[in-house]
Design a protein around this ligand. Structure first.
Ligand code: NAP
Length: 336
């Protein structure tokens, strides 16, 4: 198939491009051309800022693709422009969305289901909350695409992904734990790391796209994709330590106490106030979705970072000394 990827030079987007080429597809990548990436030689490059209408139109010209994958759409405006430019030029249009859309809904409960966004109202004043801006942007981007599907048959499929972990993860969220485990000093677990997650391995995110390519019936559909296992932050840390071969000393501190001290738990990026579990039964039922076993992909991801990552530590690690002081303070306070 002829496939255009908007993005595709950073994290799982890059992995996706490699897999598509391996599968024999003819791949074109559209980016601003700022980020250098080890793309396969057969990949064609188009250069444009996808948010600049004239530049995007010019780069795309009169060309057509069997599938366009929008891996870098974030707002309603991004989607409006995509519909305008790709209507009649894309046999199918995949949109990479996020499980963060569920945080914008009033009354959403775990496990989050695809139709929650149809059934539930938006949270009051959520639009003004900067922490929800990303989720809202994606939700609105999805809604523009869904309207285009209903009104003019624009052939969308929406993938909602939770936190993606794997090689090249530029967010360094998982690495925030690994770098701490490696320095062997204690690690704070807000609320004891009891929050549960379903993550997704980057290799599995890529497999989700490949699976959807085979499935014409997924046009007009939204799918959650994630790992099957539900794991707590504590389990994540424990398994990480086991793979890294380190002893882990965790210090449980209530999130509420941290917040009362005006301390954001940036040192534990997966510690959020409540569990975040997406329902994957639709993908299991309709697409036969199976995820790579958790232990397996955690090992592959950690080993990649051990071997290949030579960049700086995450920003949250620059304040490690203060974190250790905080541990001391907490211990003094709670010593009996
Ligand atoms: N990471 C997660 O945990 C997670 C979770 C859920 C969903 N997602 C979604 O995953 C997607 C990102 O995946 P990825 O990190 O693998 O990205 P990617 O597909 O590799 O794309 C990133 C590339 O897009 C290019 N780009 C950025 N802005 C652009 C613009 N305005 N116009 C043209 N090109 C642009 C950049 O290259 P240039 O600098 O050269 O332009 C960048 O290297 C996002 O949609 C995100 O919401 C991520």
């Amino acid at each position: 198939m002829r496939i255009l990827v908007l993005g595709g030079t950073r994290f799982f987007g890059l992995q996706l491009v490699h897999r598509l080429v391996e599968e024999g597809h003819q791949v074109t990548v559209l980016t601003r051309g700022r980020t250098s990436a080890p793309l396969p030689p057969s990949v064609e490059r188009l250069v444009a800022d996808r948010q600049q209408a004239a530049a995007l139109r010019e780069a795309v010209g009169a060309r057509t693709w069997d599938v366009v994958i929008d891996n870098i759409g974030f707002t309603a405006e991004d989607s409006r422009l995509a519909v305008e430019v790709f209507a009649g030029r894309a046999g199918r249009f995949f949109f990479t969305s996020t499980a963060a859309v569920y945080s914008c809904l009033e009354g959403a409960v775990n496990p989050y289901r695809e139709d929650d966004t149809e059934r539930l109202p938006e949270r009051a004043r959520a639009r003004e909350n900067p922490q929800l801006a990303y989720g809202f942007g994606k939700l609105e981007a999805e809604r523009v695409l869904q309207r285009a599907y209903r009104e003019r048959g624009f052939p969308i499929t929406i993938l909602r992904l939770p936190i993606v972990i794997g090689p090249r993860d530029h967010t360094l969220r998982a690495y925030s734990y690994w770098v701490r485990l490696k320095d062997r000093a204690p690690l704070i677990l807000p609320d004891g790391g009891r929050v549960d997650w379903r993550f997704i391995y980057s290799g599995d995110a890529v497999r989700a796209f490949l699976r959807l390519l085979e499935e014409e019936r997924s046009i007009g559909q939204v799918y959650n994709f994630a790992q099957e296992e539900i794991v707590s932050v504590r389990e994540f840390v424990k398994l990480s330590a086991e793979i890294l071969g380190t002893e882990v000393e965790t210090v449980d501190i209530p999130l509420q106490w941290l917040r009362a001290q005006r301390i954001e738990p940036v040192f534990s990026p997966y510690s959020i106030p409540r569990s975040w579990i997406v329902d994957i039964s639709k993908a299991q039922r309709e697409l036969g979705w199976r995820s790579t076993p958790w232990r397996e992909w955690m090992r592959a991801s950690i080993e990649w970072f051990e071997r290949e990552y030579h960049g700086p530590p995450p920003e949250n690690y620059f304040h490690r000394a203060e974190e250790l002081q905080l541990i001391q303070r907490w211990r003094q306070m709670t010593a009996t």
